[in-house]
Design a protein around this ligand. Structure first.
Ligand code: C2O
Length: 546
């Protein structure tokens, strides 16, 4: 196994998109940031140097960080932020994981531009469970604002309204030539006719689930969230922020130029969204000079589903399986039922500029009616480790405070959650089931739920209210897929299972950053086990203090 040393300098750099230049927060001046390439079993030592004007932290999305929450990164959860002018070195080892993951800033809305791919190859001497591809391409889907994303956040948190939607989606930081003055900002991927390549697709967008397709080409899904899948072929994939999907693509069409394209899957009703399309070009190297008086013909566009096509989403996710029988907890110690959804807070003065939500309200979001508030005096993990009281409580409710028809029209009394820093305690080694139930409060919506420090088996999903009696018996406990981010479908539910074998404090949240900002989060406190190898490691000496 190798140790990989990197320096990540977080700094502003002018980046021009959609005809305008913005001072953009980047890593090492790169947008998107550098791609990390390691093997299973390797260690990473990444010195993050903050030369930006904001507090920042970095998160290695999907890395399990066994007994090592100190390297996980969420701001005020596992660490105090790295202040401008300071640095912190993230040290961690890849333990039994391979595939496509990514890294991103985990402080306010900095991840809008501070992100990159993290690719884990098999150990030396072992190989993929599919034929070796000729070429591998990371495809980072992103979202671009024609302004500073931190200002978008500030405005939204001030007014209490929904944040402005983005101005473009991007592929590897480039919007593509369907946008104004983006001819040059179009990613081109050359491919030889007949060759099979591996696309490592990552949704790093802030607030939007996306459909992705390539004109005239089918894709074979082989891995999601760094877990191999039973291969299946599809002409479109759906991917939520936080998720990764790795596909094999064979250049088996007439040599030419084909667009790959992504645009929104947006089930929320009456909510504005960015309905533009980002493109990149798959360019056969053997394509004849496709010109008409020296001008090349436009590539062919793929068919993408309608923005609200939940059927396509259900059909796609329904095909995901582990390649063989896997170990899933059968007897459950912790049976958790979490409602996930939006809410609205009545303002005391509806005419105030701080009250620009619908009908004299401010937007909020919650799990089991608790809207998560980050602590301000110390990070959760540091407070816990030092035994500092008063930073959090451990009375997060395992079930909602009251039951109602979650997918029906809900009375206004249920719209107002409490704002607290509540954690839920798990015994080391306990077997956990969580059912995430979307509520239709404000609107039915899809919530990509991400759990730090773990991956989990996705054992079941459905529409309507979860019914423990009839739904549990249909769970797939044989070959469910493993993920770190899973969408609770609009007006429906999804069930996951995992063993709480990683001690520490781990954030669980909706990976739509507008929802996270409104409080759609909670944290688990997984207690230490009996021995040293079941306990959290001591913190590194350079861990930032608050
Ligand atoms: Cu990819 Cu808490 O994040």
């Amino acid at each position: 196994a190798e140790i990989h040393y990197h320096e990540f300098v977080i700094q502003a750099k002018p980046v021009k998109r959609l005809c305008r230049t913005h001072n953009t927060i980047t890593v090492n001046g790169q947008f998107p940031g550098p791609t990390l390439q390691v093997r299973n079993g390797d260690s990473l030592v990444i010195k993050a140097i903050n030369n930006a004007q904001y507090n920042v932290t970095l998160h290695w999305h999907g890395i399990r960080q066994l007994r090592n929450p100190w390297a996980d990164g969420p701001d005020m959860v596992t660490q105090c932020p790295i202040r401008p002018g300071r640095s912190y070195t993230y040290r961690f080892t890849i333990q039994n994981q391979e595939g496509t993951l990514w890294w991103h800033a985990h402080s306010k809305w900095l991840r809008a531009t501070v992100y990159g791919a993290l690719i884990i190859y098999p150990k030396l001497g072992s190989s993929y469970p599919f034929p070796m591809p000729k070429q591998e391409i990371p495809i980072l889907l992103g979202e671009w604002w024609d302004r500073n994303p931190m200002d978008v956040l500030k405005l939204a948190t001030f007014t209490g309204a929904a944040p402005n939607v983005s101005d473009a989606y991007t592929i590897n930081g480039q919007p593509g030539d369907l946008y104004r003055c983006s001819q040059k900002e179009t990613a081109v991927f050359p491919v030889a006719s007949g060759e099979t390549i591996l696309l490592r697709i990552i949704n790093s967008a802030m607030n939007q689930e996306l459909f992705f397709a390539i004109a005239n080409h089918k894709m074979t899904v082989v891995e999601v969230d760094a877990a191999y899948t039973k291969p299946f072929t599809t002409s479109v994939i759906v991917i939520s922020p936080g998720q990764t999907t790795t596909v094999l693509l064979t250049a088996d069409q007439t040599p030419g130029r084909y667009y790959m394209a992504a645009r929104a899957y947006h089930p929320a009703q009456n909510a504005p969204f960015d309905n533009t399309t980002t493109t990149a070009i798959l360019q056969y190297t053997s394509a004849p000079c496709n010109t008409k008086k020296g001008k090349s013909l436009p590539p062919i566009l793929p068919q993408l589903p309608a923005y609200n096509d939940t059927n396509t989403v259900t059909a796609f996710t329904g095909q995901l399986r582990s390649p063989q029988k896997v170990e899933v907890p059968i007897q459950i110690d912790e049976n958790l039922f979490f409602t996930v959804g939006l809410g609205l807070i009545n303002c005391t003065n509806p005419n105030s500029p701080r009250c620009q939500g619908p009908n004299g309200t401010r937007f909020t979001a919650s799990i089991n009616n608790v809207s998560f508030v980050l602590p301000t005096r110390n990070s959760l993990m540091q407070a816990y480790y030092q035994g500092q009281p008063g930073i959090f409580t451990t009375d997060f409710p395992p079930v909602p405070p009251l039951q109602f028809d979650y997918t029906g029209n809900v009375s206004r009394g249920l719209w107002t959650p409490v704002k607290r820093t509540k954690l839920y305690k798990l015994k080391y080694g306990s077997k956990v089931q969580i059912v995430f139930q979307d509520t239709s409060i404000v609107t039915p919506d899809d919530h990509p739920m991400h759990l730090h420090g773990y991956h989990f088996a996705v054992v079941g999903t459905g529409f309507g209210n979860f019914n423990p009696g009839t739904d549990t018996v249909k769970f797939n406990l044989i070959d469910p897929p493993f993920r770190n981010t899973i969408g609770a479908p609009p007006g429906g539910w999804v069930a996951i299972r995992f063993v709480a074998d990683n001690p520490g404090i781990w954030l669980l949240h909706c990976h739509l950053d507008s929802h996270l900002t409104w409080g759609l989060a909670m944290s688990f406190l997984v207690e230490n086990g009996a021995g040293q190898l079941q306990s959290v490691q001591p913190p590194p000496l350079d861990l930032p203090q608050c």
